[in-house]
Design a protein around this ligand. Structure first.
Ligand SMILES: Nc1ncnc2c1ncn2[C@@H]1O[C@H](COP(=O)(O)OP(=O)(O)OP(=O)(O)O)[C@@H](O)[C@H]1O
Ligand SMILES: [Mg+2]
Length: 336
């Protein structure tokens, strides 16, 4: 246990290493800030002028081998202007083995969101996905590599927290960290259950926002990126869709929700020591996928239809769904 005085002197951070976005919640003294960057990059031909423009605008980038690599939020706009695809260091919740350069890129992005480490002790807790139900994906490589990167950046006190558990730490203080946390991300949906902050089960499902985008693009003939924008800017659950893309999005959204609800059911049925809570527990929805209007109601309806063996007191939406995991990781870092 670190005492309060020690904490106040150094930087403590919660880091959400997400497939779509990297988010840091940083506590320094009394102040807390949240920074996010798109977990993506694009390579441009090198020019002195471009480089100095990027410098002036404080846009994360690096120059090597006749190229400039632009990272994060600005990469999407640049790629769009140039008619190129953005490249992504991660896929389905973990580092993407198809992108060999991804380690250098992700290091830059982590540095950009964490900001200057400063002198003195610095502590970071980062999120990791849960394995899929019934399978064991190799999460070891991913977790060990992120640890290595943070070590190279000078962080000595580095820990990992399960993403669903981080959601519980961020949102369920009022039930003493008892309940279910769900994060609907780009690559995966992560689910965890805790009893008085002790994790009792967790799993991930492979259907996240990227699945919705790619599937809806497949059936409508639209570009994946267009579908993503149409989803983020205009999608909501309303029952009837005049627009073909919105209708396709709704189909795959329901598919994603069903995977999570059926996963919960299966997890309860196959986990031996599912605690007898003795009372109904809340379920929190977070992640970018939880943003569309009507998502909570839709999720609740699917849950009622499934007949879960655990009583749910309420389905609530996280206060800021895009920051929940990072904030929960910070709670975890501060508590040890
Ligand atoms: N306003 C919005 N409406 C609908 N979807 C959104 C919205 N904003 C973001 N998204 C979607 O949310 C997803 C990203 O969510 P989030 O940032 O929580 O994922 P992540 O943590 O990076 O991914 P993962 O946890 O799967 O590794 C993307 O699919 C994105 O399109
Ligand atoms: Mg996430």
């Amino acid at each position: 246990m670190t005492n309060a005085k020690e904490q106040a002197s150094g930087m403590v951070a919660g880091l959400d290493i997400g497939t779509s976005r990297i988010v840091a919640a940083v506590r320094s003294g009394e102040s807390e800030t949240v920074n996010a960057q798109l977990n993506a990059f694009v390579a441009l031909p090198h020019s002195k002028m471009t480089e100095s423009s990027l410098n002036r605008e404080n846009i994360p980038h690096s120059a090597a081998d006749g190229q400039i690599i632009v990272y994060g939020n600005e990469s999407a706009r640049m790629a769009d202007l140039l008619g190129r695809e953005i490249r992504r260091p991660m896929t389905r919740g973990v580092l993407n083995p198809q992108e060999p350069e991804s380690l250098a890129q992700i290091e830059e992005l982590i540095e950009a969101v964490l900001g200057p480490k400063g002198e003195g002790a610095a502590k970071v807790c980062f999120s990791v996905p849960a394995p899929p139900l019934g399978g064991d994906d190799n999460l070891t490589y991913h977790e060990a590599t992120i640890r290595q990167i943070l070590g190279e950046l000078g962080y000595e006190d580095v820990r990992a927290v399960n993403e669903g558990v981080a959601v519980i730490y961020s949102e369920l203080e009022d039930t003493n960290y008892t309940g279910i946390g769900v994060s609907c991300g780009g690559g995966l949906c992560n689910v965890a259950m805790a009893y008085m902050s002790v994790p009792v089960l967790s799993f991930s499902t492979a259907k996240g926002g990227d699945f919705i985008d790619a599937s809806a693009a497949g059936v409508t003939g639209e570009l994946v990126n267009r579908v993503r924008l149409a989803k983020e800017e205009a999608f909501h659950f309303n029952g009837h869709y005049a627009d073909k893309v919105q209708q396709a999005i709704s189909v795959y959204y329901d598919d994603m929700i069903q995977s999570v609800v059926q996963g919960l059911k299966e997890a309860f049925e196959t986990t031996r020591n599912v605690p007898k809570f003795g009372r109904a527990v809340p379920l929190v929805l977070s992640g970018g996928g939880a943003m569309p209007r009507g998502f909570g109601e839709r999720f609740e309806k699917a849950m009622q239809g499934a007949g879960l063996p655990v009583a749910i007191s309420e389905v609530r939406l996280a206060k800021n769904p895009l920051e929940t995991t990072a904030r929960g990781a910070l709670v975890s870092a501060l508590s040890e």
